[in-house]
Design a protein around this ligand. Structure first.
Ligand code: MRU
Length: 354
């Protein structure tokens, strides 16, 4: 169900409506042309919203999955009397939610926390809901601090390249890669942002550019294949991107195209930073080869969709490879912008071990 449009100012991309116990999501597919919020009431609908990218960005889909597990608890209690059946339903809901998009680990991390809370508290809806609220608040708070810490690496006059959208819609509020830029701007540092359009879903051209425009921050959209050329001309001082998963060895998965940026940055001697909250860290001991890279529908590449118009832009009969993410090794990453500071790989590893 769609609820009335409103300006995004003072509203976040994921929030709970306690009046009717619904989850409200900013429909990011419509940005920047329309600011609309949809309401959700079940695990299945929340999972669909994640899959079809009503909500996107690793921390935002993590928080959404946490609330999805709240619906799992509500549904389990209303459907089943026996506790083992309720737990079975909760576990099946957990699997449904985490498989809706496989690459961002935030989904798994947050859904698991709520699953454990539900089981340990005999399915108290009040407890799981409070836990989901606290995860949401923690992400917002961390992003604020990522901004404060990350601002320290931004010099007055810097031109910063970013990829995809790691701004407020992607993280519930503030953003990760964009948060330091917002703080620098608020401190009157002159910053210019180069925004990769980010084919095929154009999160850069649509969402990042919209956010920066609304915030009054100087920026230019570029086609993805312009980035290395701009680096070669000395027009980029730093690169800051977000992440969908960071392994314990510092390897990251992020939007497809991130790896090419990191390789080009190394070649041209440009510092490449990754901004992330703790929910994006994969503590399971997985290796890079274990990361499941989401492959999306070929329609996303063959067609462009804008303001409800869908236009074929490719040879219709050709097959497509549409990987949504790629993997960047730690050796290409200068630093990790976290809520506790801008960390080197060794520092990150030490903090993870604690
Ligand atoms: O496919 P998307 O739009 O969900 O991909 C998002 C990204 O790759 C972001 O860089 C990442 O999730 C970090 S958001 C703070």
């Amino acid at each position: 169900m769609q609820i009335k449009s409103r300006k995004l100012k003072n509203v976040t991309s994921v929030f709970w409506n306690s009046q009717n116990n619904s989850l409200v999501l900013l429909d990011q597919r419509l940005l920047p042309w329309d600011v609309k919020f949809n309401e959700y009431h079940s695990v299945k609908d929340v999972s669909e919203a994640i899959k079809n990218m009503v909500v996107r960005g690793a921390p935002a889909i993590g928080v959404t999955a946490a609330y999805g597990m709240v619906f799992a608890a509500i549904q389990a209690l209303s459907k089943f009397k026996r506790q083992e059946k309720q737990i079975e339903f909760l576990k099946a809901s957990y699997s449904t939610l985490i498989s809706s998009r496989p690459t961002a680990v935030d989904l798994e991390n947050f859904a698991r926390i709520i699953l454990e809370e539900a089981i340990n508290t005999n399915l108290s809806v009040e407890n799981v809901l409070n836990k989901a609220h606290s995860l949401r608040e923690k992400v917002i708070d961390e992003c604020k601090n990522i901004g404060i810490q990350g601002e320290k690496i931004i010099k007055n006059g810097d031109t910063i390249l970013t990829h995809c959208n790691a701004g407020a819609p992607a993280t519930v509020d503030y953003g990760t890669a964009l948060a330091p830029i917002y703080v620098a701007h608020s401190k009157n540092k002159k910053v210019r942002v180069i925004v990769d359009e980010t084919r095929p879903r154009l999160q850069g051209a649509r969402i990042t550019a919209w956010e920066l425009y609304e915030a009054g921050i100087e920026h230019s959209i570029i086609t993805d294949n312009s980035a290395a050329f701009l680096m070669s001309k000395g027009e980029i001082d730093k690169i800051i991107v977000g992440a969908d998963r960071c392994l314990q060895d510092g390897t990251i998965a992020n939007k497809i195209g991130t790896l090419s940026l990191a390789i080009s940055a190394k070649y041209f001697g440009i510092d490449f930073f990754v901004a992330l909250p703790w929910s994006t860290i994969d503590l399971s001991g997985r290796k890079a080869s274990d990361i499941v890279i989401e492959e999306r529908d070929e329609e996303e590449v063959k067609f462009v969709t804008s303001m409800e118009k869908r236009i074929l832009i490719s040879n219709e009969k050709s097959p497509v490879l549409n990987y949504a993410f790629d993997i960047t090794p730690a050796e290409l990453i200068k630093g990790y912008i976290t809520s506790e500071g801008v960390l080197t790989l060794d520092q990150l590893k030490k903090v993870i071990k604690k």
